[in-house]
Design a binder for this molecule. Structure first.
Ligand code: F6P
Length: 341
């Protein structure tokens, strides 16, 4: 078989582990040929690809980013691109395509599959917000980075008697904020799923200072927003990919806390640091398992599906199920973290 693989959308620790695993399983297990498209669907549309053999994927298991490069596709171009992709992959004689990506990529993959293309998706995102899978690789790494940041911010906050507002990624789902906030023991956690109360954050800080604790750390997801009437808040613009470019809730919230509390409050925006660098062992294993199962799915003819984690098993889930609704933080998970405001 001739299998194409590509990585699209925002990068994520563990992408290289999937590519490596696909190549290993396809070559050693099935004697397939694997080609890697450069820069996501752009490379497929422009016919930019290279053959991937064992040497091409040697030494990449622990490497962050993606050796194939990635890109985002503008929403308006998506359908047109799907049609072109269909022709191109036929021209290239592809027996199967394995796109590795998040919501946008899986939506495109689902459209390609509906058009009759042999597609097996692999979900990825540090946000962990893809439905139909319990986890995506990259999330564990991002939570680890954010947790370490909170640990570090606590010691400097204490030395200077400051309030630290650490902004983590998560546009629509607050999984990173929830889990890094819990693991780091943040005193306040603000999620996109529930408008937060600045009044309650202030009460929490005041209460801590009143009992002699001279610092506080608030962990806020980039997509979190204040409840109506709590503070002046500038919303972000929608970009060409249909994503909100956030106006920086971390900065805005730190300014509001400083003004209201009369205490120094500093914003720390973690940004893409959460997506870079070495994947954790958990993410490497999950990514490797996804790659192995994607190749097996290709050989079974399980097209229009993606690999998914259910409990400890890897199963196949329809691509359409993965993209209908994002997996957001449910109320019972918020209740377990007393510090969600
Ligand atoms: O979806 C993953 C993610 O890292 C989000 O958490 C974040 O909002 C977005 O991608 C950032 O995208 P970009 O790399 O285009 O800035």
């Amino acid at each position: 078989m001739r299998i194409g693989v590509l990585t699209a959308g925002g990068d994520c620790p563990g992408l290289n582990a999937v590519i490596r695993s696909v190549v290993h399983r396809a070559l050693a297990g099935h004697n397939d040929e694997v080609i890697g498209f450069e820069d996501g669907f752009k490379g497929l549309l422009e016919g930019r690809y290279r053959k991937l053999d064992l040497n091409a994927v040697s030494g990449i298991l622990a490497r962050g980013g993606t050796i194939l490069g990635s890109s985002r596709l503008e929403r308006a171009r998506l359908r047109q691109a799907c049609e072109e992709t269909e022709d191109l992959s036929r021209e290239l004689g592809l027996d199967a395509l394995i796109p590795i990506g998040g919501e946008g990529t899986l939506t495109a993959s689902s459209m390609l599959a509906a058009a009759g293309l042999p597609v097996v998706g692999v979900p990825k995102t540090i946000d962990n917000d893809i439905s139909a899978t319990d986890r995506t690789f990259g999330f564990d790494t991002a939570v680890g980075v954010a947790t370490e940041a909170i640990d570090r911010l606590k010691t400097t906050a204490e030395s200077h008697q400051r309030v630290m507002v650490v902004e983590v990624m998560g546009r629509h789902a607050g999984w990173i904020a929830l889990e890094s906030g819990m693991a780091g023991g943040a005193h306040g956690i603000c999620l996109p799923e529930r408008p937060f109360s600045v009044d309650r954050l202030c009460e929490m800080v005041e209460e801590r200072f009143a009992r002699g604790k001279k610092f506080a750390v608030v962990c806020v997801a980039e997509g979190a927003h204040p409840a109506e009437g709590q503070m002046d808040y500038a919303k972000g613009e929608i970009d060409q990919y249909g994503h909100e470019r956030f106006a920086g809730i971390g900065n805005q919230l730190a300014g509001e806390l400083e003004r209201r509390l009369g205490k120094e409050a500093k914003p720390v925006i973690l940004g893409h640091v959460q997506r870079g660098g070495v994947p954790t062992a958990y993410d490497r294993v999950l990514a490797t398992r996804f790659g192995w199962h994607a190749v097996e799915a290709v050989h079974r003819g399980d097209f229009g599906q993606m690999t998914a984690l259910r409990g400890t098993d890897i199963v196949m889930a329809p691509l359409a199920d993965a993209v209908t609704e994002l997996k957001t933080v449910p109320v019972n998970r918020m209740a377990e973290a007393e510090s969600v405001y």
